[in-house]
Design a protein around this ligand. Sequence first.
Ligand SMILES: Nc1nc2c(ncn2[C@@H]2O[C@H](COP(=O)(O)OP(=O)(O)OP(=O)(O)O)[C@@H](O)[C@H]2O)c(=O)[nH]1
Ligand SMILES: [Mg+2]
Length: 204
Amino acid sequence: MTIIITMQFLIVSGFFGSGKTTLILELARELFLNHKKKLAIIVNDIGEVGIDDKVMKSYGLNVKEMFGGCICCEIAVNLPTTIKTLKENYNPDLVILEPSGVADAFNVNKVLDSMNGIGLEVLPVVTLFDATQLDLLLASYPFIIKQLKSADLVLINKIDKISDPSYLKDVEEEIRKINEKANIMQISALRKSNINKVVENLFA
Ligand SMILES: Nc1nc2c(ncn2[C@@H]2O[C@H](COP(=O)(O)OP(=O)(O)OP(=O)(O)O)[C@@H](O)[C@H]2O)c(=O)[nH]1
Ligand SMILES: [Mg+2]
């Protein structure tokens, strides 16, 4: 009897500082504690801000200790090799990828399409948008537009910083103009608002 173990793969894209790492850590915590998932996180940081630092700061833990089952690595060479290595050596239930703030998630998907036989189930592509950056959206900032276009789920993040509901409505309307089909949700990764709804949406 052959047992096929499927590895899920989640891309969390978004512009520099939109809250990718903050969200991923919250998702990781929720998925490990309440869904008992074995996780790996791949960070494609072109800067020096690694997930390790964030974890250390947020939880006072190092990466190996985090949630008892999470490893992180950098995609130094290329994604397919990294994913195959992860599968062989660690076999997580879920791999979460944080591309750099200017990565194009569509290209990542193309890379994944080219990989056969490693049992990847690609989850809806998540793109974070910093709610305070409506000006960048209105200026059609190219990376932001690209990331929003390639999203299945757009998360308007940092809503804790916005007190005017009509401003958030404007943000949502502008995003809808760029991406007709995506689900759009409002969250605060930092304040942990609506994280459970994101999990429900992705893992229903
Ligand atoms: N007020 C507020 N701040 C947030 C929220 N989410 C993230 N931040 C802050 O925004 C800053 C950037 O968050 P990160 O999670 O590092 O963002 P990132 O997208 O991973 O950043 P890069 O990897 O550098 O592109 C940090 O200071 C976070 O604490 C939020 O929901 N509300
Ligand atoms: Mg980050």
